[in-house]
Design a protein around this ligand. Structure first.
Ligand code: OAD
Length: 237
């Protein structure tokens, strides 16, 4: 496909240290983890974010919220990284993810920037410290899932790292995100504004179409390995 070749050309020409991969829920769809906004299968088509993904929901019914995240964590534990996650690990550079699963780490990406937290890092609802039981050892507060909820700030360190990497990269590859949730969705725009090329991998149109230098309509597990393979061929002397 012509556009796979164009994306591969950008990857082959980029300094690996100056490549950013930015991922969303579509990255893990082919591992069997549901996205949020796909009609019918998306989590927000089946569950109410107001009842499950806000601090107010946790205050009202902590058991319900906790058990919903436990269900999601268990589903992730049953899942395996797909060929797309493996390609992302092989691309290297800086990986910025909105995903709360650990499939990137399990595919070999050593240090993803988790903009929306993690299903595997509970913390205290009262003081914010990491917890490893139902109550906080420091203050006795209740443990909560270590994810970012609606109405909450993104972790400051992660956001800073993400903005720094996006503003200094030569190439950003955005994969499997609807580009609707801010401030995370700023990241591809920051890269584009600073002169980077943007490759998008998504089977559907998104608002990021307008910043994409190369826009590939297809799935993560098919297109990312294809781009990587083609880039390796182009790099050969
Ligand atoms: P969304 O569910 O909003 O979007 C998923 C995107 O993945 C859509 O654009 C799909 O077209 C695309 N997609 C589906 N299958 C794919 C595949 N196999 N390969 C590539 N792309 C595919 O998920 P996010 O953009 O990640 O926030 O959502 C952003 C944030 O909204 C999430 O991090 C979460 C949610 O509320 C928090 O929990 C704070």
């Amino acid at each position: 496909m012509e556009s796979v070749r164009a994306a591969a050309r950008l990857l082959a020409d980029a300094d690996a240290e100056r490549v950013v991969v930015f991922t969303g829920a579509g990255m893990s769809a082919e591992s069997g983890i549901p996205t949020f906004r796909d009609s019918l299968t998306g989590l927000w088509a089946r569950f109410s974010p107001e009842e499950l993904a806000t601090p107010e929901a946790f205050e009202k019914d902590p058991e319900l919220v906790w058990s919903w995240y436990e269900w999601r964590r268990a589903a992730v534990e049953q899942a395996a990284p797909n060929a797309g996650h493996e390609a992302v690990a092989a691309i290297g550079g800086t990986l910025i993810t909105q995903n709360v699963d650990d499939l990137h780490e399990r595919a070999g990406s050593p240090d993803p920037v988790h903009l929306h937290g993690s299903l595997f890092a509970p913390r205290c609802f009262a003081c914010g410290l990491a917890t490893d039981g139902p109550v906080c050892a420091a203050c006795g507060g209740r443990s909560r899932p270590g994810v970012v909820w609606f109405g909450e700030q993104l972790p400051a360190g992660a956001l800073k790292r993400a903005v720094e990497a996006a503003s200094t990269c030569d190439l950003l590859i955005t994969v499997g995100t609807s580009g609707l949730v801010y401030p995370a969705a700023e990241i591809p725009h920051v890269a584009a504004m600073n002169g980077a090329a943007v490759v998008q991998v998504n089977p559907q149109p998104t608002p990021l179409d307008e910043v994409a230098t190369v826009n590939l309509r297809g799935t993560a597990a098919t297109l990312l390995p294809a781009i990587l393979k083609e880039a390796a061929i182009l790099r050969r002397p």
